[in-house]
Design a binder for this molecule. Sequence first.
Ligand SMILES: *[C@@H]1O[C@H](CO)[C@@H](O)[C@H](O)[C@H]1NC(C)=O
Ligand SMILES: *[C@@H]1O[C@H](CO)[C@@H](O)[C@H](O)[C@H]1NC(C)=O
Ligand SMILES: *[C@@H]1O[C@H](CO)[C@@H](O)[C@H](O)[C@H]1NC(C)=O
Ligand SMILES: *[C@@H]1O[C@H](CO)[C@@H](O)[C@H](O)[C@H]1NC(C)=O
Ligand SMILES: *[C@@H]1O[C@H](CO)[C@@H](O)[C@H](O)[C@H]1NC(C)=O
Ligand SMILES: *[C@@H]1O[C@H](CO)[C@@H](O)[C@H](O)[C@H]1NC(C)=O
Ligand SMILES: *[C@@H]1O[C@H](CO)[C@@H](O)[C@H](O)[C@H]1NC(C)=O
Ligand SMILES: *[C@@H]1O[C@H](CO)[C@@H](O)[C@H](O)[C@H]1NC(C)=O
Ligand SMILES: *[C@@H]1O[C@H](CO)[C@@H](O)[C@H](O)[C@H]1NC(C)=O
Length: 423
Amino acid sequence: MNSFKLVSLLLSIFVHSATVNCDSNDPDYKATIEELIESRGFNYEKHYIETKDGYILGVYRLINPFVDQSSRSKLKPIVLQHGFLGVGSDFLINAPGGNAVPCNNSTDNYSLSKLNSTENNNLGFLLGNLCYDVWISNSRGNGYSRNHTTLNPDIDGEFWKFSIDELIAYDTPAVIDYILNQTGFSSLGWIGHSQGSMVMFGLLSERPEYSVKVKPFIALAPVFYVQHMKSFVRFAAKIPGILKLGRWVGGSFSASNLTYNIMKKVGCFSGRVELCDHTLFPFVGYDMGNTNTSRIEVYATKFGTTSSLWNLVHFGQNIKSGNFHKFDFGEAENERRYGQPIPPIYQLSKINSTSIAILHSKGDDLSDQEDVTQLIKDMQVPLLRNYLVPLPSWNHYDFLVAENCFQYINSVAIEILSTFYSI
Ligand SMILES: *[C@@H]1O[C@H](CO)[C@@H](O)[C@H](O)[C@H]1NC(C)=O
Ligand SMILES: *[C@@H]1O[C@H](CO)[C@@H](O)[C@H](O)[C@H]1NC(C)=O
Ligand SMILES: *[C@@H]1O[C@H](CO)[C@@H](O)[C@H](O)[C@H]1NC(C)=O
Ligand SMILES: *[C@@H]1O[C@H](CO)[C@@H](O)[C@H](O)[C@H]1NC(C)=O
Ligand SMILES: *[C@@H]1O[C@H](CO)[C@@H](O)[C@H](O)[C@H]1NC(C)=O
Ligand SMILES: *[C@@H]1O[C@H](CO)[C@@H](O)[C@H](O)[C@H]1NC(C)=O
Ligand SMILES: *[C@@H]1O[C@H](CO)[C@@H](O)[C@H](O)[C@H]1NC(C)=O
Ligand SMILES: *[C@@H]1O[C@H](CO)[C@@H](O)[C@H](O)[C@H]1NC(C)=O
Ligand SMILES: *[C@@H]1O[C@H](CO)[C@@H](O)[C@H](O)[C@H]1NC(C)=O
């Protein structure tokens, strides 16, 4: 079935490679995080957060201009963390609107029903209007975080020698500790999509003391085990020698231009949604029934920024091993680094946080139900919320860009957050 889809994808690219479209004139098309924020009447601060290993992350703090300076310090901080090949704007581009308004944090049913509109599909802006102090993070290596105290990403291959392990060991705690320091709060909320949840599961396993600093942790399309992921990576990971080759080659990895160009050729932006389904399939899952098809080109420019090839190889290694191991450097180097030939695993049983909510879906090919079930089972703590999206067609990217994101995701997230407001 999946290989059939892959073949039809390749065929459709071939057949339609003559299609040419003009670029979109949507105001959000190719907009930067700064432009998106300003277009909605918000302001921002840009923070440069330095990690212990010298990376400098570009993190944006959303400022609601209707909140006066003295009240700002009372707003609970929330971090929005994108996934693999993602970018902070993933939380800002769902729909037009979401403009800054005087904020109030009431989330009773009456207020929720008033918020029920597509402009509140943009989680970042919604939270800014609900009196949260929203911090939009960017992982090392993406366009906003190509910065380091000594390394130059354009010249030094060393810059790209990171896997998910470094996001867990360095980026995630650096962002948390920096924001707690800036705000004076003792805890913050963390909303992570996909790999943005994986890094938090990893951190809470390795350093359970962070359970006190992260309340709540809301995992959208949670990823930890990846054995059953239905992605091109799963096919690729099975090719003999390919992971070793990837480790050896290293460097940066980007799928953005390739994806965008393929989508364009296939005709995604001119209404050929059927073929577009096939194009997007390897990346986000098959079903596009919840997508605003007039906006695909806006989303497409955000698909896939940059990370390291090792980040991708790390996924491949864990697809193969069936567990979440640390990066496999090969036996000799593993011995040197870990004191054992096989890389150690992240132990979910070490997690003691009772402030974890999981929002997942049956139609998510990248965060497969079997893998999610295993994740929930192996975390031996009770979940705050285990929410299965009641639409079976909901795909991996729908958690961010579905047309009914407020109704199915954001309303649930803000309900969970509201119980933590004054904690
Ligand atoms: C908060 O209340 C003000 C004044 O009643 C209103 O203008 C604003 O739209 C409300 N904000 C939200 C997010 O509901
Ligand atoms: C709000 O709605 C939910 C379900 O939609 C219901 O369980 C809850 O009792 C309602 N709360 C109030 C205060 O009406
Ligand atoms: C939001 O609106 C949709 C229809 O547009 C409705 O089906 C749904 O129940 C509403 N949800 C909430 C939380 O009010
Ligand atoms: C790199 O980070 C420094 C702060 O440490 C900042 O001044 C500089 O503008 C950043 N450069 C880029 C390209 O983001
Ligand atoms: C933040 O860090 C600085 C420098 O380490 C320290 O002086 C300051 O007290 C910290 N602020 C808070 C609120 O923790
Ligand atoms: C989890 O364990 C850590 C380390 O033992 C501890 O500091 C923290 O308070 C615990 N958290 C909870 C929520 O019990
Ligand atoms: C990818 O696209 C960006 C902007 O659209 C362009 O600057 C860059 O050169 C492209 N890269 C490649 C390898 O084509
Ligand atoms: C769908 O996208 C188009 C183009 O950006 C926009 O004009 C329209 O308002 C969007 N519809 C919804 C329901 O968000
Ligand atoms: C609303 O915000 C205030 C601080 O401005 C806080 O004390 C209160 O607990 C919040 N209420 C809810 C329901 O989030």
